[in-house]
Design a protein around this ligand. Structure first.
Ligand code: CTP
Ligand code: MG
Length: 706
């Protein structure tokens, strides 16, 4: 493998990042865009306005109806507790039509447990595709693709800040020039494959913030600072406080620059003049923040060091971008080394192409070749006759019935399996109750036996010392008391020694009496506890037969349990079986949805073909060359209806056919995303160096390989 001595990049990497590589390895001059020809700007503006006509949220209606559908679904599942709100580009007005649908699910009362799993289950039943749960993120998310519209959807949980920041972005986007500028940056980032946070580049949201920052910094500013009002609006989320104040008053800019000239200035700024090591993008500040003051200076290795294998450590604050409300959130924390290299390559590429007078279309050329004349949505149906299509529909409908039957039987089987599982769990629970009853008896018996033992020892110990029964001691005490207290016969007095002996005998009797009482009490307690102990022994014996009884009773009531080994392991097996059945059910559901979609598509085509003056469908799949211009209709809207099987006027139909069916939008979206994913796939192997090329080169040279 040939490795560049200066940079450490392999040939493959050099080819992947050619502009960046030439800056890192040689002393080529960084082009300047300060004196761009006016005619060039005029041409570029013309081009941009053409692109702007094409982009836009052609799927707005699908988004709306899908949002309504999902809202209903989630509210039925979580009752009135659930609240669904859209955010992101479908509300900010910053959609290119290719973005995802961002929804936020929040709860008015307590959030249900295992909520992501519940949502995923619900979506599966709906036949949604590629369902992924991301439970560990700060904001948990379920991602999926709507099988009908093909829209990618993110449902995030309690994403309150996103609702507020979307509202603010909507405010910024009210200004036409600001909106169009952001759209063009998003367009460029999307076509060049650098707008996917989860694959290590920047999110569309981050590109939006960078765009706004640029427009705030032009002279005079094109965009205002909507967070400068002074009056705070504090909210608390999970114990943290955020100021979500947002000045939505109209802003009149004195800046006269056109979109093209603003875009050129954008690339000039971010490709060469923005020092990512010292500057933090901050739209709430209206201009860059000092990275050192914010404690966001870059730490860790440079991207180049990572991609060339010199370091495996983590990079921090590689392209610091502050979230306008969550000031601790750096949107570049998702950027990986390869992503940072690719972003910088794209900045450099745009700068070079612009300096060479290349068009905006060239700058935004998709990273993978896209088929500019894609097959249309009905291409395979055009040369088929209506009757055979109708027959196909009938066959597919019969298949749907079969699939539904299969689903029904699988669901019933799973239901039975689940019931048996519940029964098993219940049985184990009941016998567990008996077992735990036994445990608690044993737990009580242990101290009881010890106490009985103790009492016995006390009693016997005393009795060993005092052989005389209590009654006898009492009598002796009375006798001695009488004798010691009787009137003294002066002529017959006892000797002093004898009297002392009587007294000590009396005291001894007293002590014996006390001990004897203690012994009696111990004996009484001993008897009582022995009785209790006997009762517990009986209860213990009972539990054995109880366990048998429970099992017999349950098997009698539920013959299904006969022969089943009532053991926790069996429960696990049953659970696994139920899961397997659920998987088969999901597969059948997606088969059903697939079939229904195909039926809808063929039906839509038959409607189109027959309503077109009862003409036979066209034989060739390519749009006709010299077709007359379709009447003015909103083609995106018509395509939208065609994809969902809606009806059209003849004018609309005409327009649709002359634009190649509904494929225009569909295929472009597909190709552009597939282009991106290709780029992303290959991007994984890529690497980068620090975003400022001059720094990178210095580092590269210093650490060159010999
Ligand atoms: N968001 C956020 N924090 C992030 C990323 C996104 O708060 N780190 C929120 C923002 O409210 C943003 C929304 O999520 O508006 C959607 O993000 P994203 O899909 O990246 O932007 P869109 O403008 O919706 O772009 P696209 O049209 O490509 O979907
Ligand atoms: Mg989005």
């Amino acid at each position: 493998m040939t490795v560049c001595k200066t940079t450490g990049l392999t040939v493959e990497q050099q080819n992947r990042w050619p502009f960046l590589y030439s800056h890192l390895s040689t002393d080529i001059e960084i082009p300047s865009l300060t004196n761009v020809d006016e005619q060039f700007i005029i041409e570029m503006d013309k081009e941009i306005s053409k692109i702007l006509k094409k982009v836009g949220d052609g799927k707005a209606k699908s988004r709306e109806s899908l949002t309504r559908h999902l809202t209903g679904l989630l509210q039925r599942r979580f009752q009135r507790n659930a609240k669904v709100q859209a955010f992101g580009s479908s509300v900010t007005g910053l959609s290119l039509g290719t973005g995802d649908l961002d929804l936020c699910l929040s709860f008015k009362r307590e959030q249900p447990k295992k909520v992501l799993r519940k949502i995923a289950g619900l979506l599966r039943e709906e036949g949604m595709m590629d369902i992924q749960q991301i439970p560990k993120a700060k904001i948990p998310i379920v991602k999926f693709t709507d099988s009908r519209s093909g829209l990618d959807v993110d449902i995030s949980i309690e994403n309150r800040l996103a609702i507020y920041n979307s509202k603010m972005l909507k405010g910024y986007a009210q200004d036409k020039r600001v909106r169009e500028f952001i759209l063009m940056i998003k367009y460029w980032a999307s076509r060049r494959g650098i707008n996917t946070a989860f694959e290590g580049t920047l999110s569309s949201y981050a590109w939006t913030l960078i765009s706004i920052q640029h427009l705030q910094m032009t002279n005079p500013p094109v965009a205002p600072n909507r967070q400068k009002g002074g009056k705070q609006n504090l909210i608390e989320i999970n114990g943290d406080t955020f100021d979500i104040s947002n000045d939505s008053s109209p802003f009149e800019s004195k800046n006269q620059q056109t979109l093209a000239s603003l875009l050129i200035a954008f690339f000039d700024r971010f490709a060469t003049r923005w020092d990512w090591n010292e500057m933090v993008v901050s739209i709430r500040n209206g201009g860059p923040l000092n990275a050192e003051k914010k404690k966001w200076t870059h730490t860790g290795p440079l991207p180049l060091e990572i991609v060339t294998g010199q370091s495996k450590n983590r990079m921090e604050h590689i392209m610091p971008i502050e979230d306008p409300f969550d000031h601790e959130h750096d949107l570049s924390r998702v950027v990986k080394a390869e992503g940072a290299m690719t972003i910088q390559e794209e900045f450099m590429r745009a700068l070079h192409l612009l300096s060479q007078g290349k068009s905006w279309k060239d700058i935004c050329a998709p990273v993978m070749e896209i088929d500019e004349e894609p097959e249309d949505f009905f291409h395979d149906l055009r040369n088929q006759n209506t009757d055979s299509l109708k027959q196909r529909i009938e066959e597919m409908k019969a298949e749907v019935v079969q699939v539904e039957e299969r689903i029904h039987s699988l669901v019933t089987e799973r239901q039975n399996s689940k019931e048996l599982l519940d029964l098993l769990r219940g049985t184990l629970q009941e016998t567990r109750n008996v077992k735990s009853n036994r445990q608690s008896i044993l737990a009580e018996l242990r101290p009881l036996s010890m106490k009985v033992q103790e009492l016995r020892q006390t009693r016997d110990g005393i009795n060993d010392r005092i052989a005389i029964p209590t009654k006898r001691i009492q009598q002796e005490m009375v006798r001695m008391f009488d004798s010691l207290t009787a009137e003294v016969d002066v002529f017959n007095t006892q000797s002093l020694g004898r009297e002392k002996g009587d007294f000590s005998y009396f005291f001894e009797l007293q002590a014996m009496y006390k001990a004897s009482i203690e012994s009696n009490q111990a004996h009484q307690e001993f008897i009582r506890l022995r009785r209790e102990q006997n009762k517990e022994y009986k209860a213990l014996k009972n539990t054995n037969s109880q366990e048998e009884d429970v099992l017999n009773r349950l098997v009698e009531k539920n013959p299904e349990l006969k022969g089943i080994n009532l053991h926790p392991k069996t429960v696990k097996e049953f659970q696994q079986n139920a899961n397997k059945l659920q998987k088969s059910i999901n597969i059948q559901y997606s088969n059903k949805h697939e079939l229904k979609r195909e039926i809808g598509r063929i039906e839509a085509w038959i409607r189109i073909a027959t309503s077109k003056g009862n003409q036979r469908p066209r034989k060739d799949s390519k749009p006709r060359q010299n077709r007359r211009q379709a009447p003015t209709v909103n083609i995106n809207e018509v395509r939208e209806r065609a994809s969902t099987g809606g009806s059209f006027s003849l004018n609309e139909l005409d327009a649709l056919l002359s634009k190649g069916g509904i494929s225009g939008i569909e295929s472009k979206e597909k190709t552009s995303t597939s282009g991106q994913s290709e780029r992303r796939k290959s991007g994984r192997k890529k690497s980068t160096y620090r975003v400022d090329p001059r720094q990178g080169r210095k580092r590269g040279k210093k650490q060159s390989r010999n």
